[in-house]
Design a protein around this ligand. Structure first.
Ligand code: GLN
Length: 309
């Protein structure tokens, strides 16, 4: 995809890049620890096909939790609203993304929302298909359509690195299985989930996907409705209430756009009716959000009045 550079955006990126020194790359998934903490890039994709970008936009990164919005969209299309929300709730937790604390207090056990790991694991469990491979292929193909690039794949190295160290997610799965939320082998689900999280792209792709959410599921460039408007609406609502983990409230006040982050440093933003944003900045703050990416969005939102509130 061709993308214009823009002096104002370049300046904002250089300003925000200063904050990278206050963050750290995630290394609880060992392979993510290799990222360069000073990286910062952004792309903005408009519905008329225009794109502006700044930073090293060709750098690839894995989706990690950013994938949770997309798996939710697929599962809502696969199974419908009632079935999905029978198994996962709609409320923010105020806890870290991998916390088990509130899950234990719910009777019956039901993850509070699809953006925390417990909820995302239940959502990934619901992806339809006859095998892990078929379910993964369906998700990947959906992501390729959203990003309009059939060459998107996943990082075997990062998927494997997470699979080997995912004992907290393993614990969440066993807890959920004990409470009849999962009825497949935990290792199969983790295999699928870690591949999902390891789907790899650059911020141009992420901006394009954000644009589809911003345009209510329609890709105006290809004129394809890639998901029903209602599905896009639900996903954007979760992005506002739970998309930035336990910093979602502060983010809503300071930035005010639907967004979803991942621990590899990606942030996908969807400015309703206007454009999609893709950011990559692997140095994270203590809640697991891209520290410079958050700052960059805050500056953009202030300068261009992007808040929807
Ligand atoms: N917050 C994240 O991006 C977490 C995703 C990561 N794969 C995990 O489950 O730990």
């Amino acid at each position: 995809m061709l993308c214009e550079t823009n002096k104002e955006l370049d300046e904002l990126v250089e300003e925000a890049r200063k904050y990278t020194k206050d963050g750290q790359v995630a290394d609880y998934i060992p392979a993510l620890g290799k990222a360069d903490p000073y990286d910062l890039s952004i792309a903005i994709n408009y519905p008329d096909g225009r794109c502006v970008s700044a930073g090293d936009v060709q750098k690839r990164f894995t989706l990690q939790s950013t994938s949770k919005v997309i798996s939710l969209a697929l599962v809502l299309m696969d199974r419908g609203y009632d079935e999905v929300f029978e198994h996962v709730g709609m409320e923010p937790t105020g806890d870290p993304f991998n916390s088990i604390a509130k899950l234990e207090k719910m009777t019956p056990a039901k993850p509070l929302n699809p953006m925390i790991n417990a909820g995302a694991l239940v959502v990934t469990h619901m992806i339809k298909g006859n095998s892990v491979q078929e379910r993964f292929d369906r998700l990947l193909s959906f992501i390729q359509q959203l990003a309009n690039d059939a060459s998107i794949g996943f990082s075997e190295e990062i998927a494997q690195s997470e699979l080997e160290t995912a004992d907290l997610n393993r614990a969440l799965c066993y807890f959920l299985k004990q409470h009849n939320r999962l009825n497949e082998e935990v290792e199969d689900l983790l295999n699928l989930y870690t591949k999902q999280c390891a789907i790899e792209m650059n911020c141009l792709h992420l901006a394009r996907i954000g644009m589809v959410f911003a345009m209510d599921g329609m890709d105006p460039i290809t004129s394809k409705q890639l998901m029903p408007k209602e599905v896009a609406r639900i996903c954007k609502t979760f992005m506002v209430t739970c998309g930035m983990y336990n910093a979602s409230g502060e983010f809503a006040i300071k930035v005010g756009i639907p967004a979803k982050s991942g621990v590899a440093g990606g942030i996908m933003g969807a400015v309703p009716g206007k454009f999609g944003i893709g950011i990559f900045g692997p140095a994270l703050d203590d809640k697991g959000n891209s520290i410079a990416g958050m700052k960059l969005l805050e500056m953009l939102s202030n300068d261009y009045q992007l808040s929807m509130f």
